[in-house]
Design a protein around this ligand. Structure first.
Ligand code: NCD
Ligand code: ZN
Length: 351
């Protein structure tokens, strides 16, 4: 009997870290092969903080694409205390900015230039609401006295709720949700149509115990950190619900092995090599393959008010091994999430 096949409208990745230089060259082909578009995170060093920065970065991404790739990078502005609302609005009008990203200062990798107090950028947020530019949020408080496993839930109450009240027409994506509280929060605001949430592939598979299974596993350390099993289940339920606010955003966040396997390792899971296969597996395990297309290919463009992709991809239900280490030019490598393990689905073509 021939293997089962699944044809989907070509998906988009609404949260990706492509990095720069040799790392960009190494990771971009994986994303570009599967996804038609991707929201590119701006947390480079230094950050992509102006329209000119974003234009230059977009050019470097296009330059790094493999020949024949059909992929559109959608650029974001890294908000800082000093963001110029006029520059942001010009970038939005010229089409270089699709959204702007809020990193609370020091919440995660390369966020040292992030916003120190959200009220400082209320003027910028008001302008974004006016021009319809979505705000993408890393939703964790940075107070070191708040337990790391509570930082997302506390953010919802302390920061996000008041922010939505202060800016009633601003459209917001709560990125890489990891808690039941976040899922409930998004649902509570769903009727407004102005809130979305991305869900990563790795958070559909791991809970916090996996990070310490038999020893410390630095490649499962990401931010927001994986939570208890009850939260993982809530994420699977939300992703597979088909509901409009929930869409695919891998948060694939490559770091060299030497930067992960060290006394103070970087946060980030590198899921790009098998992203769509990972989601297909998680959805099948939940008995919800029929909802994958809504999550991966329909809900995101609808939220961002962009056209649906017309191309299709085909997955086949055959065992497929996740890539081993992806080599970097300088002799280091990046270890994919579930490296060496076998998944049930394989992407056979994009057409
Ligand atoms: C991201 C990175 O490495 O840039 N890391 C991560 O754990 N997800 C930053 C981020 O999205 O928080
Ligand atoms: Zn991210």
């Amino acid at each position: 009997m021939p293997a089962a096949r699944l044809t989907l409208r070509r998906p988009d990745d609404w949260h990706v870290h492509l990095r720069d230089g040799a790392m960009l060259k190494a990771v971009l082909p994986f994303t570009a092969q599967q996804f038609a578009r991707a929201i590119v995170m701006p947390n480079l060093k230094p950050p992509v903080a102006t329209a000119a920065d974003a234009e230059a970065y977009r050019a470097r991404i296009l330059e790094a694409l493999p020949a024949g790739a059909r992929f559109t990078p959608l650029m974001t502005c890294y908000l800082t205390d000093a963001t110029d609302a006029d520059d942001l609005a010009r970038g939005a009008a010229s089409g270089v900015f699709t959204a702007a990203k809020l990193y609370p200062a020091n919440a995660t990798t390369n966020s040292a230039f992030g916003v120190t107090d959200i009220r400082r950028i209320d003027g910028v947020l008001a302008r974004m609401a006016e021009i319809g530019l979505p705000l993408l949020i890393h939703g964790e408080v940075t107070d070191p006295d708040v337990d790391i496993f509570d930082r997302e839930a506390v953010f919802l109450d302390q920061v996000l709720s008041p922010l939505l009240d202060r800016h009633p027409t601003l459209r917001v994506v709560l990125e890489h949700v990891t808690t039941k509280e976040a899922v409930d929060f998004v649902r509570a605001h769903a009727a407004s149509g102005r809130i979305g949430a991305t869900i990563t592939a790795h958070h559909l598979f791991i809970n916090r115990s996996h990070i310490f299974a038999g020893g410390i596993r630095p490649h499962l350390y990401c931010l927001p950190i994986a939570k208890r099993e009850v939260h993982r289940r809530a994420l699977v339920e939300a992703a597979t619900s088909g509901e409009g606010p929930f869409f695919l955003g891998t948060d694939t966040a490559p770091h060299a092995v030497t930067a992960k396997e060290t006394a103070c390792g970087c946060a980030g899971c590198f899921t790009a090599p098998s992203a769509i296969e990972l989601y297909a597996q998680a959805f099948e395990e939940a008995g919800a393959l029929g909802k994958l297309e809504a999550f991966a290919s329909l809900n995101g463009p609808r939220f961002y008010r962009l056209p649906l992709n017309e191309e299709r991809i085909v997955l086949e239900r055959v065992p497929s091994k996740v890539a081993d280490v992806v080599l970097l030019a300088e002799g280091d490598g990046i270890l994919p999430f579930k490296s060496g393990e076998t998944l049930d689905w394989r992407l056979i073509r994009a057409e």
